[in-house]
Design a protein around this ligand. Structure first.
Ligand SMILES: Nc1ncnc2c1ncn2[C@@H]1O[C@H](COP(=O)(O)OP(=O)(O)OP(=O)(O)O)[C@@H](O)[C@H]1O
Ligand SMILES: [Mg+2]
Length: 242
């Protein structure tokens, strides 16, 4: 469904993403993990058209989309969420979601219907009339997820939708993500909450200093010494084995 090969993106002298490749098959949940500053969000932004890659090729559903703008990629069916959520504070949850829905439909009633369906999918049906500004952190994360759903994606890129949530809220989001996949939407997610990665992901990619250093099942990744060292520092894998 998605194939990225040799994607690079620099900011001045900093190679935030350095010839990274990944693929996602239809129906999968794939996780992208890596230490802070590894380049995960930059890679997502590049896949979704927010940055033009310096090198590499991105193919979505058999069509090359490299360098296309976000609205075209979103219309093609791939949409990202933002790590730092910024709901429109002065309009309701319903109206926030209608903004997403209008990407695909013109009619107000159809946008409203899609907004309400997206809210239901994330358990926010009871909060449709609340203002964006009135939401808790967990509410904002759900709204961000629902906003992406309202655009009618086939592939969702989720950037740390569990950050800042308590264990109960995390368990709820994990179930919501499972249900989204069951509804036929493929998912690529950036996540630091390893318990969620292990329980959700079919496969995991590990990015470190812009480079993809490992790919495998959650169990394979947990036993990979390069991955342990990327998180804990050089020599850590040996110390942990001793
Ligand atoms: N727009 C930008 N301009 C300049 N540098 C940037 C920009 N965006 C990201 N960077 C830098 O690129 C590197 C990768 O950042 P990125 O946000 O992609 O990492 P990340 O893996 O998502 O980290 P985190 O887990 O903390 O969210 C960092 O050194 C960051 O400071
Ligand atoms: Mg990030």
């Amino acid at each position: 469904m998605l194939e990225a090969s040799g994607v690079s993106k620099s900011f001045g002298g900093l190679k935030a993403v350095d010839s990274a490749s990944l693929d996602v098959q239809a129906g999968e949940i794939v996780a992208l993990i890596g230490p802070n500053g590894a380049g995960k969000t930059t890679l997502f932004a590049t896949l979704a058209g927010f940055h033009r890659p310096d090198a590499g090729r991105i193919v979505f559903d058999g069509r090359e989309i490299t360098g296309e703008p976000p609205h075209r990629i979103c219309a093609a069916g791939m949409v990202r969420t933002f790590q730092i959520t910024q709901p429109f504070a002065k309009i309701s949850v319903r109206e926030n979601l209608m903004v997403g829905a209008y990407l695909r439909v013109d009619s107000r009633s159809e946008a409203r219907r899609r907004a309400e369906a997206a809210a239901t999918q994330v358990g926010m049906a009871g909060q449709l009339d609340r203002l964006g500004a009135a939401l808790t952190v967990a509410g904002r994360k759900r709204l961000e997820l629902a906003r992406a759903l309202a655009t009618g994606p086939r592939l969702l890129l989720l950037d740390e939708v569990m950050a800042g949530l308590n264990p109960t809220e995390i368990a709820e989001i994990v179930e919501i993500i499972r249900a989204i996949r069951a509804s036929g939407i493929t998912i690529l997610l950036i996540e630091h909450v390893m318990q969620a990665v292990t329980s959700l992901a079919d496969r995991v990619y590990v990015l470190n200093q812009g480079r993809m250093i490992a790919e495998g099942t959650p169990a394979e990744i947990a036993g990979n010494s390069d991955v342990v060292e990327a998180y804990l520092g050089h020599g850590a894998a040996k110390v942990l084995r001793a």
